[in-house]
Design a protein around this ligand. Structure first.
Ligand code: CA
Length: 611
């Protein structure tokens, strides 16, 4: 099944005028006559690059179960996602380019999918499917940004981007409660997905399994690591001096763990004789998260060059989609919503126009004539565009991707008409799609680590728990985050009466709320008096007892990236009840009396509407 590193294509460049037309695509038809509505299982890797797969030519990793999806189904040879996690997920969920959906970052609330967007889960739910998501969400945590408000009947996992604990991790259940399950995070979340499949085996289900790995921290079960600890890495990054081969080893070990979990899901389908009744999709959410072999392509995670946005994508539906075939026309994550709904014979929901197209005719017959199209990649205001034959990068350099897949030599001079056409297309797309930079409430321009202007919703009776992690708060005074990457950070260095932490909230329901804080505090510093307030309403309490557990430094296979802090066991301090009035305002936590050197470290505040 190994394909060439860069499969050549026999497609010729279509005439320029044709590429500017809106493609008129063959319509999908739903399931064939006599075939009932299929289940759908979507498997999503986090930070696996195109080059991390045997089907791409990687000889250093064994992924028999993932590979079997390609062997028994259709592979999209040129499939594009976004350069980072949250935008790809937004595009998968909506079928729309992420700048339209409110996603402008990966943390501090900027990863949230606008509430007026409807998702692929909304569509399947509306069609009578039971829907579940199990793993990393990364498109908003608080209701109604929460996955269970976005079309999923069931959810288990972590709603934030990166998660700091991979063993016995604290994870969120259906009701917004945080529970610890023993085991490795991918194994645990897959257990939940398998349970969901078994419970719903007699009715149509849509099961989204966004794996947490091979995203950092570099923590993998010992049984997987022992196969890689001393393994030679023979295929290297295009920038070999930048590659940490131990990280490569850990990533590939994580991939083999993930493969075993994919195998467990496929076995569960087979166990209930659902293999032929289920569409299985597998892809990753961005380019590789370290410099490692990626087929010679330029760029990695974070880049909108080919290597940052190209992913494998396999779709299997035995008996309906051909086995072992490859689709060569370019395609993208925005296509999955129209494609999967079409294959299932259901309708998308919502009024907003989709950017993606229905690929089902191509999947059923990969030789189907297909009009050329353009696929745009963007992040941070930079835009790159891919045609079937070329990529125009964000600096305006044009590359012939068939003869120069590594983007080594610009061909602007040899192909001025293509350059001009793609530049014009980028201008038009940017004007129509990219939002203007928005100032935040604090007067700062939106940027890395700066919260966006949408307040955090609190107090929906249908989901009374609101978790306010440090990630979504703003440290003031001497308070700092435990790490520069906010996603799994906590607030530290709270030493002054002038310090405070602020969450900009929008309270939906006036009423009484139970407030608690997950904290640690040196025993000698216990006893500080703190105050939680919103407007005129306030609640005071004491930080006690002291609780100062060690950091979990024994979980990691390799040292974690410096932007990610070590975690620890936080204790819940029940503060009591506070009255909150409906409306927007800053929820402020500050200290009134500090008897020791510090107040406490804060992981999160939890508010529960009392009904
Ligand atoms: Ca990712």
């Amino acid at each position: 099944m190994l394909s060439r590193i860069f499969a050549s294509t026999t497609l010729c460049a279509l005439p320029v005028f044709l590429m500017m037309l809106v493609p008129e695509l063959p319509a999908g038809e739903g399931p064939p006559a006599g075939v009932s509505r299929p289940n759908v299982v979507v498997l999503l890797a986090d930070d696996a690059g195109w080059g991390d797969y045997p089907t791409s030519g990687n000889c250093g990793v064994s992924l028999p179960h993932i590979t079997s999806i390609a062997q028994q189904g259709v592979s999209l040879e040129h499939f594009y996602v976004c350069p980072l996690c949250s935008p790809t997920r937004a595009e998968f969920l909506t079928g729309r380019y992420h700048p339209r959906t409110g996603v402008t970052g990966v943390s501090t609330g900027r990863e949230r999918l606008n509430l007026d967007e409807r998702t692929i889960a909304d569509a399947f739910h509306a069609a009578g499917y039971v829907t579940g998501a199990f793993g990393k969400w990364h498109n908003g945590s608080q209701w109604p940004y929460h996955p269970r408000a976005r079309g999923f009947d069931r959810y288990f996992g972590h709603t934030a981007g990166h998660w700091g604990e991979y063993f016995n991790a604290p994870l969120e259940n259906d009701h917004g409660e945080i529970v610890r399950r023993p085991g490795y995070i991918v194994d645990v979340c897959t257990d939940e997905a398998i349970r969901f499949i078994a419970e719903n085996r007699s009715r149509p289900f849509f099961c989204f399994i966004p794996f947490t790995t091979p995203h950092s921290p570099w923590a993998v079960p010992e049984e997987d690591w022992k196969r890689f600890r001393n393994k030679p890495i023979t295929q290297r990054s295009t920038l070999p001096d930048e590659e940490d081969v131990d990280v490569t080893r850990c990533v590939l070990a994580m991939m083999e763990n993930q493969d075993a979990n994919v195998g467990r899901v496929l076995a569960e389908l087979e166990k209930w004789q659902l293999t032929d009744k289920t569409i299985v999709v597998y892809f990753s959410d961005n380019g590789p998260n370290s410099w490692r072999w990626n087929g010679g392509m330029k760029g990695r995670k974070g880049s909108i060059d080919e290597g940052g946005v190209r992913s494998v994508c396999y779709l299997r539906w035995p008996g309906v989609l051909p086995a072992g075939r490859t689709v060569t026309p370019i395609a993208a994550v925005i296509d999955l919503l129209p494609t999967l709904t079409s294959l299932a014979g259901i309708q998308p929901v919502g009024e907003k126009p989709l950017d993606g197209v229905d690929l089902s005719p191509l999947l059923k017959a990969p030789d189907t004539p297909w009009p050329d199209r353009l696929i745009f990649s963007s992040w941070g205001g930079k835009v790159s565009v891919r045609s079937q034959t070329h990529r125009l990068d964000h600096d305006g350099n044009l590359f012939d991707m068939q003869s120069d897949p590594g983007q080594l030599t610009p061909v602007n001079d040899q192909a001025p008409e293509v350059t001009a056409r793609l530049k014009k297309a980028v201008e038009e797309w940017s004007a129509a799609t990219l939002p203007q930079p928005q100032p935040t409430n604090s007067g700062q321009r939106a940027g890395k680590g700066v919260p966006d202007s949408r307040p955090i919703p609190v107090g929906y009776p249908e989901f009374p728990v609101t978790i306010l992690p440090a990630r979504d708060g703003e440290p003031r005074g001497t308070i700092k985050r435990s790490s520069s990457a906010p996603n799994c950070s906590y607030f530290v260095n709270w030493t002054s009466l002038d310090d405070k932490m602020v969450w900009r909230v929008d309270v939906k329901t006036s009423g009484r709320y139970a407030a608690s804080i997950d904290y640690t505090c040196p025993v000698a510093d216990a006893g500080a008096t703190i105050e939680l307030s919103l407007g005129e309403n306030r609640l005071t309490g004491k930080v006690e007892p002291g609780w100062d557990p060690p950091l979990y430094t024994n979980q990691d296979t390799l040292p974690r990236p410096p932007a990610e802090s070590q975690m620890k066991e936080f204790r819940t301090l029940n503060l009591g009840e506070i009255q909150l009035e409906a409306g927007q305002g800053p929820l402020v936590l500050r200290a009134l009396h500090i008897p020791g050197q510090s107040v406490m470290d804060v992981r999160r505040i939890t508010l529960v509407l009392i009904q």
